[in-house]
Write a protein that binds this ligand. Structure first.
Ligand code: ADP
Ligand code: MG
Ligand code: ZN
Length: 479
């Protein structure tokens, strides 16, 4: 039997606020366990939560980027469950009235652009983290680190519009780009700042009714999402083929083994006994705040990519690479501003700059070569001052040393020879020194042109301008 996969993702985005959602504790990653806690996030009785305004702003920013309808009035609810990393015994989340709904995100697939619906975005607090010790039974332990308790999250729930592991990865990547671009999240997946639950079901091709879904919890890498979904598709298909049924459950992806394992049967919303949080008023977004958010939205990745193609006439491929991060896009634009040569600049940034940064495991934000100095080099090559081989050498120097391209060219005596008179005399002596080759060229062996260019380059230590050499050679060889 052949099946179609149906996927809906719930993405958890940790908001890049300095303090937690309902208290003033720091959200800084990596501190000693339980050093960033207070009575509020420890869930002591008698304390009261105070909503973090910046977190609300970030939620509104994301909602705007995803074309959601923003609910200017939303409500916080208690989601009750018992877990050792949740000392209050409930999580403050949003349920009946989330902050935003009905948005969408466009992704690129092999069949073109596809629109994925966003069901809702709600705000909630994170839980703590359990640390499990390994070792002999008497040494084993579990500790609760509550630094992460009450850290602000938004959960972005998609419609079940995704149809393959590839689409799920494309959706996740596009979403990460957006939250990083808008500055609401640091995008660090290893730290868990951006992670998802993947809901996966399959149905026989042609059937409309969805199959029963399994929910794959807490996946924090693009590769794991792909692997987990592909494993799950196969597991469910094998089950159905054997005449079995898929049960609704929560599963964990074991990335070491590449399999998913059952964790618990899936709870229903009513199991959580949601009720409105009595300690918080409904969240009413002031009109001025909403306007401020809309007025200060940055250009989003997709719009930037489209603009790069139309404004600079560079290929879509280049535009995609160059807009991968806001910092890289800014770097490129700073180079073009100086050179007025969009394609040549793109080649340098995508080629040499990204290559050395990768080699040195550096980010564009700490690239030692400023756009201005790169621009100078690009301009020199374009103007025929140096050829592209020399330019590569100059690039290495200016990247390492902080010198300008002009200084390096000067110091190395590298200037390109473009003077026709000088080149003609060089060419004539090379032709005179190689009469046989010249004769064969005149007899129709045109590929010997390369031989002559090589000789001239050798004689000029690579400094001859190859375009002019080629042009002059043709003239002089005709004889
Ligand atoms: P819960 O909190 O119970 O997981 P949510 O409504 O928050 O429920 O999320 C459900 C997610 O599962 C959504 O992303 C939705 O698109 C997806 N989904 C719902 N039904 C199916 C299905 N049959 N197959 C795959 N995904 C589904
Ligand atoms: Mg879920
Ligand atoms: Zn606190």
């Amino acid at each position: 039997m052949s099946y179609e996969t149906v996927i809906g993702l719930e993405i958890h985005v940790q908001l890049a606020t300095e303090t937690k959602l309902f208290c003033g504790c720091s959200t800084e990653f990596g501190a000693e366990p339980n050093t960033q806690v207070c009575p509020v996030c420890l869930g002591m009785p008698g304390v009261l939560p105070v909503l973090n305004r910046r977190a609300v702003e970030f939620a509104l920013r994301t909602a705007t980027a995803l074309d959601c309808t923003i609910n200017t009035r939303s409500v916080f609810s208690r989601k009750n469950y018992f877990y050792p990393d949740l000392p209050k015994g409930y999580q403050i989340s949003q349920f009946t009235e989330p902050v935003a709904e009905h948005g969408h995100l466009d992704i690129e697939t092999s069949e073109g652009t596809k629109r994925i619906g966003i069901t809702r975005i709600h705000m909630e607090e994170d839980a703590g983290k359990l640390l499990h010790g390994e070792g002999a039974e008497e040494d084993s332990y579990s500790f609760a680190d509550l630094n992460r308790a009450c850290v602000p999250l938004i959960e972005i729930v998609s419609e079940p519009d995704i149809r393959s592991a590839e689409e799920a990865v494309a959706y996740m990547k596009a979403m990460r780009d957006i939250v990083v671009y808008t500055g609401v999240c640091d995008g660090n997946m290893e730290h868990g700042s951006f992670r998802c639950d993947a809901n996966v079901s399959i149905r026989p091709v042609g059937r409309e009714k969805f199959g029963t879904r399994a929910e794959l919890k807490n996946i924090n890498s693009f590769k794991f999402v792909k692997d987990a979904i592909e494993y799950e598709e196969q597991r469910q298909a094998d089950l159905l083929d054997e005449g079995g049924t898929v049960v609704q459950e929560t599963r964990l992806f074991d990335s070491a083994k590449g399999i998913t394992v059952s964790m618990r049967s899936k709870e229903e919303a009513h199991d959580y006994r949601y009720f409105d949080e009595p300690d918080l008023l409904p969240l009413v977004v002031p009109g001025a705040m909403l306007e401020e958010v809309k007025a200060t939205m940055p250009e989003l990745p997709r719009a930037k990519r489209d603009r790069f193609v139309s404004e600079y006439s560079i290929p879509e491929y280049d535009a995609g690479v160059l807009t991968a991060t806001r910092a890289l896009a800014d770097y490129y634009e700073a180079v073009v501003k100086e050179t007025k040569e969009p394609k040549a600049s793109s080649n340098w940034v995508m080629g040499e700059v990204l290559r050395v940064l990768k080699e040195e495991n550096r980010d564009i934000t700490d690239c030692p070569l400023e756009p201005k100095r790169l621009a100078e080099l690009v301009t020199m090559v374009k103007g025929g001052k140096i050829n592209s081989n020399m330019a590569k050498e100059v690039f290495e120097e200016i990247y390492k040393s902080g010198k300008t391209a002009a200084e390096v060219v000067e110091a190395k005596g590298m200037t390109q020879i473009s003077d026709e008179g000088e080149l003609v005399s060089q060419i004539d002596s090379i032709i005179a020194a190689n009469p046989d080759e010249a004769e064969r060229f005149r007899g129709g062996e045109v590929k010997l042109q390369g031989f002559f260019v090589g000789q001239i380059m050798k004689a000029t230590r690579g400094q001859a301008n190859p375009q002019i050499v080629n042009k002059l050679l043709k003239e002089r060889l005709k004889g």
